[in-house]
Design a protein around this ligand. Structure first.
Ligand code: CUA
Length: 355
């Protein structure tokens, strides 16, 4: 693709998106040429005073042709839909071992934080050739995280978590922008994505101030914000234990099942009365307005890290390339093995105890 026509292509997704873009452009060009060609031809041929035949059309044109081009356009558009939709759906499921980076958009900056602790503003350092999963949210209005060189665009929506992933194929610095009008300084909501060789990335990461990773931050918040008062094992208030619940299906009051993911935890924190876990009383107050989006992300990371294997310790100088939430991959705690006896027996739901 010539450079003046398209930004540089620097991710595994880019070629696919470009093929669709070029395909659509070619199909549109063919249709435009055909229509303009016919308009011009007919305008000349049937101009006033010309001797062209204006009688009825031959049967084959008025029926077979009509059916033919209706079917052909239908086929072309169904094909385009399938082509683009399959590429888009593929872009939704990141590889399991992807590096996880949390992104918070706010007027007017991008805050990023790897689960390995590296925190940045309007910058994002990533290693080349490694899949990176982005978990996005917004602190105020809708923003859209856009890296043209990666052909990647995903909205960051307040009170919601969206995801995207990419794998960079070239080292270098690429433009990051906001592509959703979000207020006065929308156009200045710019940033840089710096793609580095894995060893350079490792060096960069170890030179970062030794910050807490998200899960540790979440652990601190868990007691600071009072979550531990009810959810810690052995607390006097009867609340569901959070150990090992990540990714599990929980039974809700009323018989529905819910899967514990970022959205479920977010809802449980902000609208606790909506989905009550079966067997528990709806006593939890909402934390709406009391926790920022970043704090909810940290708490989510903490809950995710619970109940599975030992914490991964980050050795200075040897940062983990794949910064899964510590311990998220290995075996689950015994309590979560399907069929294993559950020690914590929920009390029957009684009259709601107001906190
Ligand atoms: Cu943020 Cu536009």
């Amino acid at each position: 693709m010539p450079a003046w026509l398209m930004p540089v292509a620097a991710s595994t997704q880019a070629a696919k998106v470009d093929r669709i873009f070029i395909g659509l452009t070619l199909v549109s060009a063919v249709i435009v040429l055909l229509v303009v060609g016919l308009v011009v031809t007919f305008a000349i041929r049937f101009r006033r005073g010309s001797k062209a035949d204006r009688g009825p059309l031959p049967e084959v044109v008025s029926r077979e042709f009509e059916i033919g081009w209706t079917a052909a356009t239908l086929f072309v558009f169904v094909f385009i839909f399938w082509w683009a939709a399959s590429a888009e759906i593929g872009a939704f499921s990141p590889p399991k071992d992807a590096l996880e980076i949390h992104v918070v958009g706010k007027q007017w900056m991008w805050k990023t934080q790897g689960s390995n602790g590296a925190r940045e503003i309007n910058e994002l350092h990533v290693p080349v050739g490694v899949p990176v999963r982005l978990v996005l949210t917004s602190q105020d209005v809708i923003h859209s995280f856009y890296i043209p060189a990666f052909r990647l665009k995903r909205d960051a929506v307040p009170d919601q978590t969206t995801e995207a992933w990419f794998q960079a194929t070239k080292t270098g610095t690429f433009q990051l922008m906001c592509s959703e009008y979000c207020g006065t300084d929308h156009a200045r909501m710019l940033g840089r994505v710096i793609v580095m060789e894995p060893q350079d990335y490792a060096a960069w990461l170890s030179a970062q101030p030794e910050g807490d990773d998200l899960a540790h931050q979440g652990e601190r918040l868990f007691s600071e914000k009072g979550c531990s008062g009810c959810h810690a094992p052995g607390s006097s208030v009867h609340a569901p234990s959070l150990a090992g619940i990540w990714g599990q299906a929980v039974q809700l009051d009323g018989g529905k099942l819910a899967t514990v993911d970022a959205a479920y935890i977010r809802d449980s924190i902000l609208q606790p009365a909506r989905d009550i876990v079966a067997g528990y009383a709806p006593v939890m107050p909402s934390f709406k307005g009391l926790l920022s989006d970043g704090e909810i992300q940290a708490l989510t990371a903490y809950i995710r890290s619970l109940g599975a294997g030992p914490r991964e310790i980050r050795t200075p100088g040897v940062p983990p390339l794949s910064s899964r939430v510590p311990g998220a991959q290995p075996a689950r705690s015994p309590a979560m093995v399907p069929g294993a006896p559950v020690l914590d027996t929920p009390a029957p739901a009684g009259p709601a105890v107001r906190p």
